[in-house]
Design a protein around this ligand. Structure first.
Ligand SMILES: N=c1c2ncn([C@@H]3O[C@H](COP(=O)(O)OP(=O)(O)OP(=O)(O)O)[C@@H](O)[C@H]3O)c2ncn1[C@@H]1O[C@H](COP(=O)(O)O)[C@@H](O)[C@H]1O
Length: 123
């Protein structure tokens, strides 16, 4: 089994950095700069993931995906969330095929639309 305990430990550190000095902590400095600055890092790291993958550079891909995961974890922590919330969502989706999920979603949307049409276009 893959040991993902490190993600929980890093999450814990990210939560603790809320009270840290921005001059001593990169994470704290990002919190202080705010959502826009964190999103900018997420966008930058996403672009770097794409470039590494396009180059077929497996080592850089690992580094860049790690940077991306890290900065999305900072983003989650900024909103009071953590990898525990993401794990819970993965557990909720576990075993549900993406194809079946999309089919069910489209059927629900079509059903809602037919109800609106039956009511004469009023929701
Ligand atoms: N996993 C990481 C981690 N990954 C990447 N980084 C930092 O993310 C920053 C941004 O990466 P870039 O490649 O964009 O580098 P850069 O050009 O220097 O960054 P900018 O000046 O553009 O912000 C770098 O300074 C990296 O060191 C990380 N910084 C911290 N962590 C974890 O977060 C914990 C808390 O960190 P501090 O808050 O700094 O103590 C650490 O103990 C680690 O566990």
């Amino acid at each position: 089994m893959i040991d993902l305990e490190v993600l929980r430990r890093v999450s814990q550190t990210l939560a603790e950095r809320k009270a840290a000095d921005p001059d001593q902590s990169y994470v704290s400095s990002l919190y202080q700069k705010g959502t826009e600055a964190i999103l900018k890092k997420v966008a930058e790291e996403s672009a770097e993931v794409i470039m590494a993958a396009k180059d077929g550079d497996r080592l850089h891909l690992v580094w860049e995906v790690t940077d991306l995961w890290f900065h999305t974890m900072v983003l989650l922590a900024h909103f009071g969330l953590s990898v525990e919330d993401i794990a819970a969502e993965f557990r909720r989706r576990e075993g549900v095929s993406g194809i079946d999920e999309k089919r069910a979603r489209l059927a629900t949307a079509a059903e809602a639309e037919s109800v609106v049409i039956a009511k004469g276009g009023k929701a």
